[in-house]
Design a protein around this ligand. Structure first.
Ligand SMILES: Nc1nc2c(ncn2[C@@H]2O[C@H](COP(=O)(O)OP(=O)(O)OP(=O)(O)O)[C@@H](O)[C@H]2O)c(=O)[nH]1
Ligand SMILES: [Mg+2]
Length: 592
C-alpha cells in the first residue's frame, strides 16, 4: 500500500499507552521558561488533558503491517480479513518539527524515532524538543507523507489523526489572554479565511497576516492589496482586527513589519499563530524568528524549528517557541483542516502533480474552440473552460463583451471546448449522488459484518488481545463517525457554506473523474452601463468579479472587455469540480 493513498478497508486501533518511565529531567521548555502544553492527563499545564490524549491517538499502520504488534482476523472468507490492531507506546518528549509525542515502535507512524537514537537522547536527558521524527524528516526532504484522516480521501486508519483532533488542540486558546496571528493564504483568500475564527480565539485580539504574496503577479501593489484585505475582513466579514500585514515568508518580505506589529499588539501576552492547514503558519514562524534574531534577539531559537512542508497537516501539535526577547512565547499550531478546500480533497501526490501552491500565472482565454482563428460572435456563451483536470466552468449565458481571466498554477492549463461536447452537468451530479449512496450502503454493510466478526474474534482470541481489539474498534468507529459526518460549522470552524466532507468516497481510479459535481452557479452583471467610459484605457478589460475555488490557489475573473459603452455586460456560469469543493464570488482582488 502506498503511504499517501491510505485506503485500508477496515482497521481497528488500540488505545495507546504512554511510557513515562523514560529517564528525563525537566522539559526543555520548562528550562527555557516557555510553557508547554500539558504533558499528560494529570498535568495542569497549558492544554487540557483531552487535547493531549487526542495527540496520543496518532498511531499509523501505513505500509509496514509486518511491524504491527498484533493482528486479528475477521475470519476466513471475509472480504476484509486481517484488520490490524496496533499498539504504540508513546514516549516522553515531542518531535520539535510537528509537535507530536515520540514513539519508537512503528517507523511509518508520526513521531517515530529509532530506538537506539531515542535511548541515546534519553541517556543524555535530551528528549524534550530535541528530536525530529521520521515523518518530519521525510517532509522536509519534499516527500508528501500524510498523517491526517480525510486528506486526499484517506480513509480513517490507525495512525491517522483526525481533523477534529487537530482542532481540539486549539480549544484552549479562547481561555487564555493571547495575541492571535491569523494567517491567510493570499492565493486562496476566501478558502483559507476561517470565517468563524472568533469561536476559536474568543475575544483575543487578532492580527491578520496575508502570506505567500510572492506567488501573486510581480506587479501587485501591496498597499492596495492590504486595503482590499482590510475591506474584505473588516467591512464584509465584520471581523475586528488589530492590524493587517502582507508578507512573503519565503522571501522575507513584510516579515519585519509583522514582527513589529506582534511586539506592539501582544502587550505582554503570548502569541498563537493559527490558520487553515497549509496556509504557511510554520514558514511564517520560521521567518519571524529569523527576523527577531536579525534584530539582535539572540535568545530566539535558530535551529530545531517547526517543520514546514507542502503537505497539509504537517504540524500536529501545539509547539511553543521562545521569542520576544525571552519575555513571551510564540506558538505554532496545527492547521484547521477545512474539508471544502481542494488541497484537502486531493492527495499529496496529486497536489504535487498539479503544481498547486506554485506561482500564479495569468491566462486570458479567447472565445474560440480548437483551430478557430476568430472570436465567436456571442463570446463565451455556450462554451466551457476546462481548468486542468480538476475544474470545469460552463458559461451558460454571456454578453459578447464579457471576458474571462484565469489566475492559477502553471500546471493547470485552460482549454476551451463546446459545452455540448461534455457530459451534462446535472447528469454528472446525479451520477455522483448515486455513487455516493452506493458507497454509503456498502460501508454500512461492512460495518455490520465487522461487528459480527468481532464477536467471533472475541470468543477465540486471548482476553488481552480481545480487549485491545474492542478498544481499538470503538476508537476507530468513533473517529470514522467524525470523518464521515457532514461537517457543521462547529466541526470545522469554517465558512458558513461548509459542504459535505465526502472526500473519503474518492476512489483510486477516479483520477479521470475529479469533475463530479455542479458546485455553484454564479451570475455576474455590470450594472454600471457607462463604466467602460470611466476606464483610462478603453481597450483593456475591466475586472467585474472574481470567482475563487477553495484551496485551488487561484481564481477566475469575469471582465468587461474593451469599450462597450452603453451595453450591459453579464455572464452566468456554472462551476463543476470535485465533491466537497466550495466556490466563492468576491470583489476583484487588486491583482492584474
Ligand atoms: N511561495 C511561498 N510559499 C510559502 C510561503 N509560506 C509558506 N509557503 C509554502 O507553503 C507550504 C505550507 O507551508 P507550512 O508553513 O508548512 O504551512 P502550515 O500552515 O504550517 O501547514 P500545516 O502545518 O500543515 O497546517 C510550504 O510548501 C511552504 O514552503 C510564502 O510566503 N511564499
Ligand atoms: Mg505547520
Amino acid at each position: 500500500m502506498h503511504a499517501t493513498a491510505f485506503r485500508a478497508p477496515y482497521v481497528a486501533s488500540a488505545a495507546p499507552r504512554r511510557d513515562d518511565a523514560a529517564p528525563c529531567r525537566a522539559p526543555r521548555a520548562a528550562r527555557d521558561g516557555v510553557p508547554r502544553p500539558a504533558a499528560d492527563s494529570s498535568s495542569s499545564a497549558a492544554f487540557p488533558a483531552a487535547a493531549r490524549r487526542a495527540r496520543l491517538i496518532c498511531l499509523a499502520s501505513r505500509d509496514d503491517t509486518a511491524s504491527a504488534p498484533r493482528r486479528w482476523s475477521r475470519g476466513e472468507g471475509g472480504a476484509r480479513a486481517d484488520a490490524e490492531v496496533l499498539e504504540v507506546t508513546r514516549k516522553r518528549g515531542d518531535c520539535y518539527g510537528c509537535g507530536v509525542a515520540l514513539q519508537t515502535d512503528l517507523p511509518s507512524v508520526s513521531g517515530y524515532v529509532p530506538p537506539a537514537e531515542y535511548a541515546t537522547k534519553a541517556h543524555h536527558r535530551q528528549l524534550d524538543g530535541m528530536m525530529l521524527c521520521a515523518r518530519c524528516s521525510e517532509l522536509s526532504h519534499g516527500r508528501m507523507v500524510n498523517a491526517v484522516a480525510g486528506q486526499g480521501g484517506a480513509r480513517l486508519q490507525t495512525g491517522l489523526i483526525t481533523p477534529a483532533q487537530l482542532r481540539e488542540q486549539l480549544s484552549a486558546i479562547r481561555e487564555k489572554k493571547a495575541l492571535v496571528v491569523k494567517v491567510v493564504d493570499a492565493t486562496d483568500f476566501h478558502g483559507s479565511f476561517l470565517n468563524k475564527v472568533r469561536d476559536v480565539v474568543g475575544g483575543n485580539p487578532i492580527l491578520l497576516v496575508l502570506t505567500k504574496v510572492d506567488l501573486l503577479p510581480n506587479d501587485t501593489n501591496l498597499e492596495a492589496l492590504r486595503e482590499w484585505v482590510t475591506h474584505e475582513a473588516v467591512t464584509v466579514r465584520r471581523l475586528t482586527l488589530a492590524g493587517v500585514v502582507c508578507v512573503s515568508a519565503r522571501k522575507g518580505l513584510g516579515v519585519k513589519t509583522a514582527v513589529g506589529a506582534m511586539f506592539a499588539e501582544r502587550k505582554g501576552r503570548d502569541v498563537y499563530v493559527l490558520g487553515a492547514a497549509n496556509v504557511g503558519k510554520s514558514t511564517f514562524i520560521r521567518a519571524a524568528l529569523k527576523a527577531m534574531r536579525e534584530e539582535g534577539n539572540f535568545g530566539v531559537p535558530a535551529k530545531r524549528l517547526p517543520t514546514a512542508s507542502a503537505m497539509p497537516g504537517t504540524t500536529l501539535g501545539v509547539i511553543p517557541l521562545r521569542a520576544f526577547e525571552g519575555k513571551g512565547a510564540l506558538y505554532d499550531t496545527p492547521g484547521v483542516f477545512l474539508h471544502h478546500r481542494l488541497n484537502s480533497i486531493l492527495s499529496g501526490d496529486d497536489l504535487k502533480r498539479f503544481g498547486l501552491g506554485g506561482s500564479l500565472r495569468r491566462f486570458e482565454p479567447k472565445p474560440r474552440v480548437g483551430d478557430e482563428t476568430e472570436d465567436r460572435a456571442n463570446g463565451f456563451a455556450g462554451l466551457s473552460l476546462l481548468w486542468g483536470p480538476l475544474l470545469r466552468v460552463d458559461v451558460v449565458a454571456a454578453t459578447p463583451d464579457a471576458g474571462l481571466v484565469f489566475f492559477g498554477p502553471k500546471g493547470m492549463r485552460v482549454t476551451v471546448v463546446e459545452t455540448e461536447s461534455l457530459p451534462d452537468a446535472r447528469v454528472l451530479d446525479a451520477r455522483a449522488s448515486a455513487e455516493r449512496e452506493r458507497s454509503r450502503a456498502s460501508a454500512r454493510r461492512e460495518a455490520a459484518a465487522a461487528e459480527a466478526d468481532a464477536d467471533v474474534s472475541r470468543r477465540v482470541a486471548a482476553p488481552s488481545a480481545a480487549a485491545a481489539a474492542d478498544a481499538g474498534r470503538a476508537a476507530s468507529a468513533a473517529m470514522e463517525d467524525e470523518m464521515l459526518r457532514v461537517p457543521t460549522f462547529e466541526d470545522v470552524c469554517s465558512d458558513d457554506s461548509e459542504s459535505d466532507a465526502a472526500t473519503s468516497f474518492l476512489t483510486d481510479d477516479d483520477d479521470a473523474s475529479f469533475i463530479q459535481r455542479l458546485v455553484r452557479e454564479v451570475s455576474v452583471e455590470d450594472e454600471d452601463e457607462d463604466s467602460a467610459l470611466d476606464s483610462d484605457d478603453s481597450d483593456s478589460a475591466r475586472a467585474l468579479r472574481d470567482v475563487s475555488v477553495s484551496g485551488m490557489n487561484g481564481w477566475v475573473r469575469v471582465t468587461r472587455v474593451g469599450n462597450s459603452r452603453g451595453d450591459a455586460c453579464a455572464m452566468r456560469m456554472r462551476v463543476l469540480g470535485p465533491r466537497g469543493l466550495e466556490v466563492f464570488d468576491r470583489e476583484p482582488m487588486p491583482v492584474t
